[in-house]
Design a protein around this ligand. Structure first.
Ligand code: ATP
Ligand code: MG
Length: 392
């Protein structure tokens, strides 16, 4: 029955004279998202609004699901367009609309008519009254409530007449591409995909880096990270995933440094390498899935130690979240099932029985001196062998 969608956007509506940039980015993202759907669509910006018109048959469920992944959309209103063929015809259409969309009629409603075209024979008050009356006649179980109606029936007289009443929630946020780019440290865990999703939701384009340690971590573990990147890319558009072979660096640290400091020193090298790639790819920051106190490497002391090696801002959107809250989001964005697949990650293999929880920076720096001889060469080699996978 529906042939179009009115796209509601919240925050980008308030961006002053840059508003058009945000709207154009949103139109771009919507077009990109709809490419994957069956059917053809036209996306248009008219009267400070964005409409998606279906210009062929289309799959309603699939289309709504795709739009629900476009950041910047706060609501999706499925619409019916009708030609203006007189008020009587409109009345029939509206009654028919209610009949089809609300099979359970024990609901309150309000008609909200609007005329963009003032030459329509009835004014909006009259339209509200007349249409409301027709609905009550047709469905005696229904009742009018002008303050808190279950159904707000919008009828807008424009080039055609637009009828809509449902608002399907969108993901909110801002269109990807309006906020620069950041480098996500993406592991196979639950947290980092959620962290990337959260920053992307603010309009930021995402690239990612994964530290792989073959043969200690398997090809399957790497595939899991690619799969996770794909889930995130459903929201963000293509992600350039850098796979860095971290094995030699890890073994070298394992060889030269106290094992209880291994994780911290390893994390410091991950951050250094990530920042290096971030700089080369014009990213403006790093993103991690850290949350205070979750594990030994995420105490305030440990975070200070890993943060120290970075010059770029490190965004940690989950920093104050409990695990359960993170799991909730990961279920909602559909990364959870992939994240809990049981493939080893490079941190778990070299992890000490009793990792330090309060690393002393001076001691960490001192132990990193043990690496002087070969570490630069190993880091360079890892960077040279960076494998870039474009994940869509
Ligand atoms: P996650 O669930 O994201 O794996 P975690 O709770 O396992 O997080 P850590 O292993 O301490 O936490 O890692 C902290 C953060 O460091 C991760 O959220 C991620 O951003 C980054 N990270 C850890 N391991 C890797 C890796 N192998 N490749 C890329 N980034 C990593
Ligand atoms: Mg992890």
């Amino acid at each position: 029955m529906f042939t179009a969608f009115l796209i509601k956007y919240a925050e980008i509506g308030v961006k002053g004279k840059n508003r058009y940039l945000f709207e154009n980015a949103l139109v771009q993202q919507i077009k990109y998202a709809l490419k994957k759907c069956d059917g053809e669509f036209a996306v248009r910006k008219t009267d400070g609004r964005i409409y998606v018109d279906a210009v062929s048959e289309f799959d309603y469920e699939e289309t709504v699901a795709a739009l629900q992944k476009v950041f910047g959309i706060s609501g999706i209103c499925p619409m019916v367009y009708v030609e203006d063929e007189g008020f009587e015809k409109l009345g029939k259409t509206v009654v028919d609309y209610i009949g089809k969309v609300y099979p359970d009629r024990h609901k309150t409603f309000k008609v909200a008519a609007r005329r963009a075209r003032k030459n329509y024979p009835l004014n909006s008050m009259e339209m509200n009254m007349e249409l409301g009356g027709l609905i009550l006649d047709a469905y005696p179980e229904m009742r009018v409530d002008v303050h808190k109606p279950d159904i707000m029936l919008n009828v807008e007289v424009r080039d055609k007449i637009y009828i809509y009443s449902e608002i399907i929630p969108g993901p909110g946020g801002m269109p990807v591409g309006t906020g620069g780019k950041a480098m996500l440290l993406l592991s196979g865990g639950i947290d980092s995909p959620v962290a990337g999703w959260m920053i992307a939701k603010r309009g930021v384009k995402i690239d990612a880096v994964y530290f792989h340690a073959p043969p200690y971590t398997s090809e399957r573990a790497k595939q899991k990270v690619v799969d996770l990147a794909k889930k995130v890319a459903a929201y963000t558009g293509p992600i350039y995933l850098h796979v860095i072979n971290f094995t030699d660096i890890q073994l070298y640290i394992y060889d030269k440094c106290p094992h209880d400091e291994l994780t911290i020193i390893m994390r410091r090298y991950m951050m250094r390498i990530a920042e290096h790639i971030a700089r080369e790819t014009e990213c403006l920051g790093l993103i991690t899935g850290e949350s205070i106190g979750q594990v030994a490497s995420q105490t305030m002391h440990s975070l200070m130690a890993t943060n120290e090696v970075c010059e770029m801002p490190v965004y940690r959107p989950l920093i104050g979240f409990d695990k359960m809250e993170i799991v909730d989001i990961s279920e909602r964005i559909d990364t959870y099932e992939t994240s809990i697949q049981p493939y080893e990650d490079c941190c778990t293999i070299f992890v000490a029985k009793h990792p330090v929880t309060k690393p002393n920076l001076n001691i960490i720096r001192k132990h990193e001196h043990n690496l002087e001889e070969k570490i630069e060469e190993l880091v360079q080699k890892a960077l040279d062998e960076d494998e870039v996978i474009i994940v869509r």
